[in-house]
Ligand binder design. Sequence first.
Ligand code: ADP
Length: 458
Amino acid sequence: ADQTYDVVVIGAGGAGFSAAIEAKKAGASVVILEKMPTVGGNTLISGGEMNAPNNWVQRALGITGDSADLFYEDTMKGGDNLGTPKMVRILADNALASAEWLRDDIKVQFLPDHLFQFGGHSKQRALIPVGQTGAEMITKLKAKADTDKIVIKTNMKAETLLTNDQGKVTGVTATSSTGDKITFHANKGVVLATGGFGSNIEMRKKYNPEMDEKYMSTDSPGSTGDGIVMAEAVGAELTNMKYIQTYPVCNPVTGVISLVADSRFDGAILINQKGKRFVEELERRDVISKAILAQPGGYTYQLWNQKIADIGKTNEVHKDEYDQMIKQGVLYKAKTIEDAAKFFKIDVKTLKATIQKVNKYAKTGKDLDFHHRAGLKSLEKGPYYIQKAVPSVHHTMGGLVIDEKARVINEKGEIISGLYAAGEVTGVIHGTNRLGGNAIADIITFGRIAGQNVAAKN
Ligand code: ADP
């Protein structure tokens, strides 16, 4: 069967929804194809935090000195300068407008009085959606798409891009979960918003042999790199493919990202089996992950007290995860440090000495061991929380090359007519290492740009 729309968007995560909503606003008829039974992708299961320099919460909290320039520099540096400067510039200059769009047009609610400062950022600048997961965004984006009468086809896997004699992309073939073959024709163009390939072990190994079976993945099962493979078949250029990010603190049983462990951004420390700190807790994800793998057993413990827990309330906000980890025996609430040490068979004396040092550094404001950039917090008073964690594959930085209009570029450096891409499927923003809170800023910003441009085209 054949169906025709102006714009075909592939993938119903944050990038796909943003593209679809903008294309529709510009007057195009739009369909979103999603291979999974439900929408949301990785965006849904992420923490949902979004960096925006100079945002309204910074103003409310009296945080000064942030700017698009500073955000640009942090992002470039965080990726070892392998992001494409003019593309990172677009991200830095538009992240705030993207956040305001989510707030004003999509009605996403952000916490009015709390921000995260993720590793590698020189300011607290990550807005936090209510519920502190991507669910708030996906729920509201889906509601907006429904209001706008955007057609969403779930259980519909896009497979092969169609091109005409001139090499222009004119549509895509797809197969539904019941086996129906459908060709979706696109009058104006196709937007690839299929996410990354963190759940595709073979593809991970193809580009980076180190990222093999030994790593679990935080990603949605839909993150299998389909968009990259589809675009490659029509000549698309790929970049930064070997850079695959692990998230440092994930569930050691399931590999799922730990959002309870977001207490790290409020002052939780990381220690090894011996009871010693071994890395700055706000370092880049790749640095922390590598440091964890170098510890005995290749895991870490994250430790914090009630006072820290009360700041971000991650135990309560992510209660399901909290309860599950308690049941699995990977998280323990301890009255005392001795108690915490005993539960995980950590040497009590060493752990106590570590905590004493942390308390001292908290008082003086100077972490003489690892230079904690936000300053350590006192762990004098219990109760305590101690959680076992491992790194797990989280984000694939590499992907398609796009230009400032989100048009996909081929191996000769030319525009592939009719083909656009946005989000984790692209590879031009994050270089070797994506900073926390930069994925949402990226997918919303370039999703919107893709949607606006694909619809503008005649
Ligand atoms: P981003 O953060 O870039 O928006 P997400 O992971 O949130 O990426 O969303 C990508 C979505 O694309 C997921 O919901 C995934 O299931 C979907 N997807 C991936 N490959 C295909 C495909 N071949 N056909 C349809 N949908 C796909």
